[in-house]
Design a protein around this ligand. Sequence first.
Ligand SMILES: [Zn+2]
Ligand SMILES: [Zn+2]
Length: 287
Amino acid sequence: MLATELISLQNLFSLRFALPVILLVSLWTWESVRPFCENSPGRGRHALRNITIAVVNAIVTGALFGASTVFVADWTVENSFGLLQFTDQHAIGRFFAGLILLDLWMYVWHRLNHHIPLLWRFHRMHHSDSRMDVTTATRFHIGEHMISAGLRLLLIPLLGVSIWQIVAYEMGVVAMTHFHHANISIGRADHVLRWLVVTPDMHKIHHSRWQPETDSNYAVVLSIWDRIACSFRMREDVTTIDFGLDEFENERWQTIGGMLKTPFANSADLSAPKAAEPEIVGEDRSV
Ligand SMILES: [Zn+2]
Ligand SMILES: [Zn+2]
């Protein structure tokens, strides 16, 4: 690898780590000035807990998987390995094809997290947040990150993606997840934008505690995967959504210790799920 390429890649890595900070500060400010749900007491404590989880996750996964991810991606490119070698030979076309394939994998991976009981044990920590805001974008169990990073080491040679594509896609994911978890509304623009990407209203549905809604809208960046796989769902009035999971209603699941214990909780530890279905006015799968 040339020194100039190395410097540029280092700059890209720096931007990759600066981006969540910039997004957290700007979207937190937007939420403070014009929130979608009224800000209630405890907002700062909630943010601090979610961000602490994120910092620990970044340090641990970076230490365990950072070097191996770069090594596997460089090996893949040097040996012309993977699916993308058989596609468009034009560099730009292949670059974007890689990003689209990585986004398709994220859709599949997210859906598996909801349908495989072991994976759901980890992923439910993200859904147990009963007050959704920009910091919810950073709230994932370290176990989920480790399984995801491990599988990615297999995915890189399978697809044939480079470290540039991985870092570029990660930056897209960071930008989009902070945006669509934020406690904001973009009004009518949401209707238009969600034909292309996952919007705040679309992802709010995914955080509903009503399971048919929890098990919908799995896409991370491009919304088309939900439309193709018939998992797209909306409701007319998103202000009526109740966020969180019934079983994790107790405040003890919102502490850092409680969050880390979430995958290991058994039915005896959990609150009973509410039986009643919420009354949904204006359910609409087409918009
Ligand atoms: Zn989910
Ligand atoms: Zn989410």
